[in-house]
Design a binder for this molecule. Sequence first.
Ligand SMILES: *Cc1c(COP(=O)(O)O)cnc(C)c1O
Length: 572
Amino acid sequence: MESWNVFTRTSRIAYFSMEIGLAQDIPTYSGGLGVLAGDTIKSAADLNVPLVAITLASRKGYFAQSLDEEGVQHEAPVEGDISARMKPLPVRITVPIEGRAVSVAAWLYRNQSPAGGEVPVLFLDTALEENTEEDQTITDRLYGGEQRYRLKQEVVLGIGGVRILQALGFRIFQYHMNEGHAALLTIELLNQTRNVHAGSWMNTLDVDRKAVGKRCVFTTHTPVSAGHDRFEYTLVQEVLGDEVVPMEQLRQLGGDAELNMTTLALQLSRFVNGVAKKHGEVSREMFPGYEIHAITNGIHPLTWASAYMVSLFNRHISGWALQPELLVRVDNISDEEVWEAHQGAKAYLAQYIKEVTGQQLFLDVFTIGFARRVAAYKRNDLIFHDLERLLALGRGRLQLVFAGKAHPHDNDGKSLIQNIYTAAERLHGEITVIYLPNYSIDVAKHLIPGVDVWLNTPTRPLEASGTSGMKAALNGVPNFSVLDGWWIEGHIENITGWSIGEETSPDTSPEESNAADAEDMYKKLEDKILPLYYEDRAGWVRVMKNAIGKNAYYFNTHVMMRRYVTEAYLQR
Ligand SMILES: *Cc1c(COP(=O)(O)O)cnc(C)c1O
C-alpha cells in the first residue's frame, strides 16, 4: 500500500477530468481533453501548485485503431495493467447506482516534476470483488457504451471522486471541473452542505448553492450545444435515485427538460471559462446570463519539445522548460542550428514511418502534417478537395503525413479516413501520402516535430482551442490553419504562419465554404509557402523562429496554470 499522507497536509485544488493523458503507457485518454489534463498536471507539479487530480481507471482505454488496405478503421480494446504504473490506496467508498451501493477504490499515480514538485493523480476503479460483474466494468471503457453506462461513470467520477478525497483526508479548497462530465460533484457538495445546515431542501437551496458555488470552477470545452452531456430524468431517476439530491431540486439546477451537465456546472460554479478568447465569446452566446471568462489552453513544454529542440534550447536558453517565456529570446540561436535541429526531428520521423508503414519520407521535400480526431467538422480531407489542383502545385515537391482516430460510432468520420486513402492511391508516385495508424501521445511526439508545416482546417467556430498546433510551434513548425480556436490569438500572417480562408456569412453552404477554403489553401501554398520553403531558407527559418518566440513562449500550460491560479483558484 502506498503512503499518500504527504499530500493531505496542504489544502489542495481538486482537478476532475473524465480523461487524463499523462504518458503513452497510461492509456486513460482519447485525445485533446485528456492530453490537456495531463499537461496541466505536469505544469502544476513544475510550478508547485497544490493540485490533486481525479479521473477514472479506464482499464480498457479508449480503443486501439488499426486500418486495413482501404483505410477501413478497426477497433480493439487497449488492455493495460494499471498496477504497473500505480499503487492501490487502502480506501473504499460507495456510490448509489440503480439502488445498489457500488464500491469504488482508487489507485495513486505520483506525477513528479524534475523541479521537485509533485501532483498526486487518483484513478477511480470499480473492478472490485464486492461489486456485481456488471458494476465491475463501469470504469473500463472511456466514452464507451450507451447513455446509461456514461451516467454511471459520471456518478463514480463526480460523487465517488468527492467521497474518496474525503475518505483519504484531503482538504480541498477548490473543485475544478475540466468539462461537464464531473458536474455531479456539485450535487454531492450540495448534499453535504445541506446536511451541515440540517435544513429542508426547499428552504436552503439558494443558500447552499452559493456556498457550493464558491468552491467550484468550471471549464467548458465544447462550442456546439449537441456536444454537451445530457441525460433524460427518467434515466437519472433509475441510475441515481433521490439519495443524493431530490429530483425536484436537481431539475432546478440541471435544466427542466433533461439533466444538462453543462447547465449544472454553470449554475454551481463561481468561475466559468472557455478555452480560447473566441471560444469564450461563443460560450457566452450559447449560455446567455452567465459570466464566462476565457483562459486559453496550452501544452507542457518539456513533454512536447523533441529531443533535438530540448538539446538546442538547453544550450541557448537555459531555464526555458520551467519558464517558457524565455523562448522569446530564440533569436539568439543561429539559423543553422534551428534548421539542423528540425532536420534531426524530420529524420527521426522518417525512420519511424519506415518502421510503421514501410514508406519513405524524403528529408528535402516539403512536408505537411495533419493529425487530430477524424470528424466531419474537422474536414481532415479538405486538402484533397481538388486533386488536379493539388497535383499541379505539389507534384514531386510535397509530402503529406496524417494520423487520427474516428469515434467508433462516427461513420462520417470513418469514411473521411477512407477518402484520404483513396486520394493517396490517386496521387501515388507524384505526392506521397502517409497515414500513421493509432494516433496517440507517442505518434504525436514523432509526427508533429518532424513535419515542416502543421495544417488545421476546422469548420469555424467549432475548434474550441486546439493544442497540437502549439506543439508544432514549440518545435519550430509553423501553423497553416483556418482562423479558429487558439490560432486567432497566435496568428500573424507571414510572421508566425498562415491563415486559411475567410469567415463566411451564415448562409454560405458547407460546399461553398469548403471550396473557398480549399482554394485559398492551394493559392497560399503555391504563391507563398512553397516558394519560401524552397527558395528562401533564411526567410523560412525566420518563420520557424517566430513560431517559437511569438507562439510557443506564450501558448503553454505554465502560462495557462498561472492564469488559473490568479484568475480562478485564488479569487474570492
Ligand atoms: C495534442 C493531442 C491532441 C489534441 O490536438 P488538437 O489539435 O486539439 O486536435 C489529441 N490527441 C493527441 C494524441 C495529442 O497529443
